[in-house]
Design a protein. Sequence first.
Length: 300
Amino acid sequence: MSKLISNDKKSNNNANAFDTATLLIKCRDQAGIVQAVSEFIFRYGANIITLDQYSTAHEGGQYFMRLEFALSGLSDIMENFKASFDHTVAKRYEMEWRLHNNAIKTKVGILVSKFDHALLDLLWRHQRGLLDCDITCVVSNHEDLRQAVENFGIPFHHVPVTKATKAEAEEKIHQIMADNDLLVLARYMQILSEDFVDRWPMQIINIHHSFLPAFVGADPYRQAFDKGVKLIGATAHYVTADLDQGPIIEQDVHRVTHRQGVTELRAIGRDVERNVLARAVNWHVQNRVIVAGNKTVVFN
């Protein structure tokens, strides 16, 4: 499972937002999991706020859980809590699991080229408090969007990329982004190398301007127009070494007709793109996504 930092801010009468955590679990489905996890939380005196679960089959499938709980002073005992849970519960059920302190916001870096719609939507949501993360910087292979980004008070870095300098540019991007937990490709029109992607396993989200698996690669709106489709869409997915094949987080579509040309399809599609990307990023930073092979389970 990828490294995630949850940002949900819940409260009850006995704990504030800084005493909440999110637990993500993936394992083989078997009897007693919910009871074991709940009893462990109870023994620490914690209060369960939400619990979502899913199993791929009635018996013997793969099991997924997302649980939020509140516990006064949790930050002071987090390491002890993790070690105890691993020893008494996780090992018994052979779980893949992560525990996230909700007081710590996800650090997000954005990569973009010249198209600004997805980028500006993320920055606007962040400024309005609708995207609960820390956007640390924006990197672009063009200078075009510098002023727009800096108007939001976000650092902007220009890292040009050519075929000859691709490896050097990616190393510079990696250094700039090193302290982040998530990278977002907001219409970054460069294909990342396998080496770069391997450094960020399930920590890069891309917005692809088609309803995958249809129309992978370049100019999907032109491809859609040539096929005469009646629906166009957008897909937010994690980036893997295989182009546009990573686990899908969110998708949406919009109905179109034969009367609309490529330019109109692109205009319609940009609205879909920015909403799909915003939802995917928000669910990631709220620890609502668990990756299972080439699929995701999203507790939204």
